[in-house]
Design a protein around this ligand. Structure first.
Ligand code: AKG
Ligand code: FE2
Length: 389
């Protein structure tokens, strides 16, 4: 495990009068997180379904940490690719060139690709963005004077910008987990990077992810799907996502009220998701979760990709957060699922001896996929059609 003790001290120091309270909270949260029985390698039953004990722990807590799901080579592949991608970021929210004056990675994008924040800010909290689901604003510590004026927090549509992320999207064991939880005909959701550089990375205020099915008569703990969160550098109490275990079963939570009753944004039962590099978290989208600004010394980059049950998506009027609000039909779902087809092919090119995942919906339609420049072009702005529910 990453030793976050220095970061905990440094982070707490940003919190003025509440420094001690923050320090105690981070230390206690880390301890509690490590005591939960919800981590281990991916394991399957003989019939190929996710191991019952993992399934039970995932259902109990609302998240589970697949330790070492990405091996060293895959992790290195992602790191190199992300470094390269980073060098192509625009110099700021209004810019379309990188620091060398070359066209930025998203210079031609029609879709939203980068969400920026002031350093250590909370750009979503207390706003109407994302359907107002981030009900409160988190404390925004003052960053050092030499910090950039804006920092990227979320990169959307990541598969069009990173072949390595595309390859990881087709990780056969992770797709088997998706199948086991959401059925053979599972659908995509969206893919993103959460970027939290030390000393500047922004917060993601407490929220629950789903938007469309809270009042559904078929409401259950899995109706809004899940996200995989692959940790490139690991994650700690300081820079990681915090969750309130079990809240994925509770329906829509009045976060304002909860924070006001708690008397602070440090929600009592929350724990940080503590990971080593290469761990991949499966996290229920309904769980109450969020992250503090990264006032510590370790970076966090999460390679995020989610999946849904087809029954949650088909015929649903999309939430409009990640894409235009539209009613999702077979055609839209199949088109959006081409990303899975390309990803499987891209992965085959890199790991030819690995047994690839067979994604039933695309095999049925007998479409064949190749990963080449034409496919790259076909994925441009693919996130305009994210299956946002
Ligand atoms: O990575 C974070 O800080 C927030 C992640 C999140 O909200 C999500 O994956 O839904
Ligand atoms: Fe979220």
């Amino acid at each position: 495990m990453i030793d976050a003790s220095k970061s905990i001290e440094a982070c707490a120091a940003y919190y003025g009068d509440e420094s001690e309270a923050m320090k105690d909270y981070l230390i206690a949260g880390e301890k509690k997180a490590l005591s939960l029985k919800n981590r281990g390698p991916i394991a399957f039953e003989e019939d190929g379904s996710l191991s019952k004990s993992i399934r039970d722990a995932y259902s109990k807590y609302g998240f589970f940490i697949f330790e070492g799901a990405l091996n060293k080579d895959e992790l290195e592949d992602i790191k190199v690719d992300l470094e390269d991608l980073r060098s192509k970021f625009p110099t700021g929210p209004e810019s379309s060139v990188n620091s060398k004056g070359e066209p930025a990675m998203n210079a031609e994008s029609k879709s939203l690709t980068l969400l920026w924040s002031k350093p250590l800010g909370d750009p979503l909290g207390g706003t109407e963005l994302a359907n107002g689901r981030h009900q409160i604003k988190m404390f925004e510590p003052e960053a050092e004077e030499d910090a950039p004026s804006a920092v990227p927090l979320i990169l959307l549509g990541s598969l069009q910008f990173s072949d390595a992320c595309l390859r990881t999207y087709a990780h056969p064991d992770l797709l088997k987990v998706a199948e086991s939880i959401n059925g053979k005909d599972f659908t995509p959701f969206n893919e993103a990077l959460f970027i939290k550089e030390p000393g500047i990375g922004a917060a993601v205020s407490w929220h629950q992810d789903g938007v469309t099915h809270w009042e559904s008569e078929n409401f259950d703990e899995e109706i809004h799907g899940f996200n995989f969160m692959a940790q490139v550098y690991g994650s700690t109490a300081v820079n990681g996502v915090w969750v309130v275990p079990g809240t994925h079963k509770d329906g829509k939570i009045d976060i304002k009220k909860l924070v006001s009753e708690t008397g602070s944004e440090r929600l009592e039962d929350a724990v940080p998701i503590v990971c080593n590099p290469g761990d991949v978290v499966i996290c229920n989208r309904q769980i109450l979760h969020g992250s503090f600004p990264n006032c510590g010394f370790e970076p966090r980059v999460t390679v995020n990709f989610g999946f849904h049950k087809r029954s949650s998506v088909i015929g649903t009027q999309g939430g409009g957060i990640h894409s235009e609000a539209q009613v999702f039909d077979d055609k839209i779902i199949e088109r959006r699922a081409r990303a899975i087809g390309y990803a499987i092919e891209a992965r085959k090119q890199k790991y030819p001896s690995e047994k690839s995942y067979l994604y039933a919906p695309l095999n049925k339609s007998k479409k064949s996929f190749e990963w080449n420049d034409a496919a790259r072009k076909d994925l441009r702005d693919y996130n305009l059609e994210d299956l946002s529910i």
